[in-house]
Ligand binder design. Structure first.
Ligand SMILES: O=C(O)CCC(=O)C(=O)O
Length: 209
C-alpha cells in the first residue's frame, strides 16, 4: 500500500540543519569487532530535505538476476560517485560533518553517496554486507541518514545469531563501523500496512559498496 509522507508541522518550518555529533553520538558495540553509532534526530528540518530529494534526485529502478529470473529491485536508487555533486546542500554539510567527526578513526574521508527511495512498506533490502571493496577484508564505515517514514534497520551476525533492531526515524543517523560489513549483515525488511516513503542516504569511503 502506498501512503503519502506526512510532513510534521513542527519540522517543516525549521530551516534544514544538523545537530552536534560530538558528545551526542552513542556507540553500541556488537560482537566480533563490529559496532554501530546512533545519533537520533541529527537532521533538523528534515521534511524539507526529504521533499527536495524526492523531487530533485533522478531516481531509477534496477532489475537484478536472481537464480533463473530477472526481478525488480524493490526500491528506487541513485548513486553519486566521488566526483558527482551531491543533490542537496544539506548532504554536502552532512558529509563534511561526518568527515570532521570520523576522519581520524576512519583514516579516510567518506567519498560516495548512495540514495535509496523506499516508496512504501513493500520496498526493502535483503540481508547483506557492503563487501565490495575493502569492506570485505578490512574495517570500514558506512554512515546512513534516514529521512521520511520510520523503518527499522536490522543487523545480525553473518552466519546467523540474534538480530538487533534499530528503528530509524526522520533525520536519524546510524553509522555501521569496525568489522560490521564483513562480520555482520543488515537489511530493511518489508512491513505491512500503510507506510509512507523513506529516503536513505548512505555515505561510504572510496570503493566500498
Ligand atoms: O535503507 C538503508 O538505510 C540501508 C541501505 C543499504 O543497506 C544498502 O543500500 O546497502
Amino acid at each position: 500500500m502506498t501512503a503519502a509522507f506526512q510532513a510534521s508541522l513542527l519540522d517543516y518550518d525549521d530551516e534544514p540543519g544538523l545537530g552536534e555529533l560530538a558528545g551526542v553520538v552513542r556507540r553500541v558495540p556488537l560482537s566480533l569487532g563490529a559496532w554501530i553509532d546512533l545519533r537520533p534526530g541529527w537532521v533538523r528540518g528534515s521534511d524539507q530535505v526529504f521533499e527536495r530529494l524526492r523531487q530533485k534526485v533522478p531516481w531509477y529502478a534496477e532489475r537484478r538476476e536472481m537464480y533463473d529470473r530477472v526481478v525488480d529491485v524493490p526500491r528506487l536508487l541513485c548513486f553519486y560517485d566521488e566526483d558527482a555533486p551531491l543533490p542537496d546542500p544539506l548532504l554536502v554539510r552532512a558529509k563534511a560533518a561526518l568527515d570532521a567527526y570520523y576522519r581520524e578513526e576512519l583514516g579516510e574521508p567518506f567519498r560516495t553517496a548512495g540514495l535509496c527511495l523506499y516508496r512504501d512498506g513493500s520496498d526493502s533490502v535483503a540481508w547483506h554486507g557492503d563487501r565490495i571493496g575493502h569492506g570485505r577484508t578490512a574495517d570500514t564505515m558506512v554512515a546512513i541518514v534516514s529521512l521520511g517514514a520510520p523503518r527499522s534497520l536490522l543487523l545480525r551476525p553473518r552466519g546467523g545469531g540474534k538480530s538487533v533492531r534499530c528503528p530509524l526515524g526522520h533525520g536519524d543517523l546510524i553509522v555501521m563501523g569496525g568489522s560490521c560489513q564483513r562480520t555482520w549483515e543488515h537489511c530493511v525488511p518489508k512491513i505491512k500496512g500503510v507506510v509512507g516513503p523513506r529516503i536513505s542516504v548512505q555515505f561510504r569511503p572510496r570503493g566500498v559498496r
